[in-house]
Design a protein around this ligand. Structure first.
Ligand code: ADP
Length: 206
């Protein structure tokens, strides 16, 4: 059985940056955000069902989901949010399960799941929880720079996510990403050693 590390953290905490470094070390990455993007880009499996539920207005001229429009819809209307989740969540769950099965030959798998702590289903898939942590102000600054969202919009997203303290409580391992990017590779490399050992042990005892 594959050894699966669940990687989580708030928006802008550095999940993608850390996952890229694990990938560089040889881990397989199954990223639910990347899967959600693939499903909702032009030609993605979610596009036609989205069109049926929300109408043509939710599809951008290039054929992908109009993220800004859909974000506006779900903020304004909780029932639209539920509809969107009922469509996308099962697709993401299935697709990531396929990704895990396909990566069974890798030394171990890093499963990137922003909602890991909130989702018993995803928690049950992972042997260990790795939390990427940084102060809220740092998170906000990084997301503003990356996405052009306003401070208020970022705060609103953070308010919908599990509180930092609860996430840390659930962690087996924590990467503190409040420092510069340059210090991340050494932290990932140390965890990579550990995960390789744990995965080997798990295989020997299986
Ligand atoms: P997440 O995947 O958790 O939303 P990202 O890995 O995309 O977060 O990081 C958010 C933004 O902050 C990105 O633009 C990324 O390049 C940047 N970033 C991540 N870690 C650091 C860091 N330690 N120092 C400076 N910028 C960072």
């Amino acid at each position: 059985m594959a050894y699966v590390i669940g990687l989580t953290g708030g928006i802008g905490s550095g999940k993608s940056a850390v996952a890229d470094l694990f990938s560089g070390q040889g881990a397989a990455i199954v990223d639910t955000d990347a899967i959600a993007h693939a499903l909702t880009r032009a030609g993605g499996a979610a596009i036609e069902p989205l069109r049926r539920i929300f109408g043509d207005a939710c599809i951008a001229p290039d054929g992908s989901m109009d993220r800004k429009k859909v974000r506006g819809l779900v903020f304004a209307d909780p029932s639209a949010k539920l509809k969107l989740e009922h469509l996308l969540h099962p697709m993401i769950r299935d697709e990531s399960q396929r990704g895990i099965a396909a990566a069974a030959g890798a030394p171990y798998i890093v499963h990137v799941v922003p909602l890991l702590i909130e989702s018993p289903d995803y928690r049950s898939r992972v042997q260990r929880v790795l939390v990427i942590d940084c102060a809220e102000d740092v998170q906000i600054e990084r997301v503003k720079q990356r996405s052009g969202l306003s401070e208020e919009e970022v705060r609103r997203i953070i308010a919908t996510q599990v509180p930092r303290a609860r996430r840390l409580e659930a962690a087996d391992d924590v990467i503190d990403n409040s420092g510069p990017l340059e210090v991340l590779p050494a932290k990932v490399s140390a965890l990579h050693q550990r995960y390789t050992e744990l995965a080997t042990q798990a295989r020997t005892h299986a």
